[in-house]
Design a protein around this ligand. Structure first.
Ligand code: PLP
Length: 391
């Protein structure tokens, strides 16, 4: 008799490779096939197999959903077309007249969704400093329904105390939603702290190869997962089979890639922290990070993103960017190749100038996504970017 293995006893490296595959009982393919299929025929009236119509469900998408739910430790998930589709599907769980509390330094696209789009449908958001529990409590109104968290924040890597915010939310019966894209299920486990919904832009680390845009919503509770899946079907925000397959393919090496991201980011952060042309380094793994103790408590790893403030009296920012060879000037993050960007004019330019300044984002702030290259080559690239041929 085949041995029964309980998924909760497996480690992430094994879960990533084996969950959601083995869908092909006809030929025993070791990978999940792509089912580019808009509809599935019924054997007879009233008797469909598991799938009926591509938007309602697709075996390739389902494989990814099973895999992501297992990695995050949730009951179930919905794989979406983009990270923004995941965020908007989750926000559509609210209704007109509801109020949300969100961090004031969240991803620019989420800020735009909450600040510009949702008020048209009667859903208002208050943006607060999430590292200030008093500000969170003060923002709660009788119609507040949810708290949206991004920790570490983007791009300044400020932390939100997950246990504390989750406790505040529970006191007031609020739903907690976290965008865990920066940390991934391997770096931070929001469900362990009582969070209800985890969102990912799978475009980033989970796929990791900069060749697909995708997203996911994972719920701790099965009923909530059902509501999210129904909303995804209703809005049509679901992932396409080919994209789902690409993300599944990326996931096989995801735990291994993350180890290289963490090692590289730590080395880069420590190098920049010692450099005289750098005013400040923002990285939760540095002992000098003001919330390093909280980071050690709630993060399993410190992530692959390093943000810093350049001393532009020493080197103009455009000279720094144009000297880099391996850190490509591009807006995304989480791929095997290292990227750099200026949040002021790139990832966060959708926020008003006032909102950017309130969040501490100035033109001198640079965000690095440390890839999987050898950290010594990356440090050499940064050294040349900062010093040119002078050293
Ligand atoms: N959340 C975070 C933290 C992001 O950085 C991004 C995109 O950069 C998104 C969500 C949106 O994801 P997507 O571009 O896959 O829609």
């Amino acid at each position: 008799m085949a041995r029964v293995i309980r998924p909760e006893t497996l480690r992430p490296e094994t879960l990533a490779i084996h969950t959601g595959v083995y869908k092909d009982t006809a030929f025993n393919s070791v990978t999940t096939p792509i089912y580019p299929c808009s509809t599935f025929y019924f054997d007879k009236l009233g008797e469909s197999k598991e799938y009926a119509y591509g938007r309602f469900g697709n075996p390739t998408r389902r494989a990814l959903e099973e895999n992501l739910a297992a990695l995050e430790g949730g009951a179930d998930s919905l794989a979406t077309a983009t990270g923004m589709a995941a965020l908007s599907t989750a926000i559509f769980l609210m209704k007109s007249g509801d109020h949300i509390i969100a961090g004031n330094d969240i991803y620019g696209g989420t800020w735009r969704l909450l600040d510009i789009c949702m008020p048209r449908y009667g859903i208002e958001t208050s943006f607060v400093a999430m590292d200030d529990p008093a500000a969170i409590r003060a923002a709660i109104r009788p119609n507040t329904k949810a708290i949206m968290i991004e920790t570490p924040s983007n791009p300044l890597l400020k932390l939100t105390d997950l246990a504390l915010v989750s406790a505040i939310a529970k006191e007031h019966g609020l739903l907690t939603i976290i965008d865990n894209t920066f940390m991934t299920p391997l770096g931070q486990r929001p469900f362990d702290f009582g969070i209800d919904i985890v969102i990912h832009s799978t475009t980033k680390y989970i796929n990791g190869h900069s060749d697909v845009i995708g997203g996911a919503i994972i719920c701790k509770d099965k009923d909530l997962a059902r509501q999210v899946q129904q909303m995804g079907i209703c809005l049509g925000t679901v992932a396409a089979p080919f994209d789902a397959w690409l993300v599944l393919r990326g996931i096989k090496s995801f735990p291994q890639r993350m180890k290289a991201h963490w090692r590289g980011a730590d080395a880069v952060a420590r190098y920049l922290n010692r450099h005289p042309f750098i005013k400040r380094v923002f990285y939760p793994g540095l002992e000098s990070h003001p919330q390093h103790e909280l980071a050690k408590r709630q993060m399993r790893q410190f992530g692959g993103i390093v943000t810093f403030e350049l001393d532009t009296a020493q080197i103009p920012i455009s000279d720094f960017f144009s000297r880099l060879r391996f850190f490509k000037l591009a807006m995304s993050l989480g791929g095997v190749e290292s990227l750099c960007e200026q949040p002021w004019s790139m990832s966060h330019d959708t926020m008003t100038e006032e909102a950017r300044l309130a969040a501490g984002i100035t033109p001198e702030i640079i965000r690095l996504s440390v890839g999987n290259e050898n950290p010594e080559d990356l440090i050499d690239d940064l050294r040349y970017g900062l010093e040119g041929d002078e050293a």
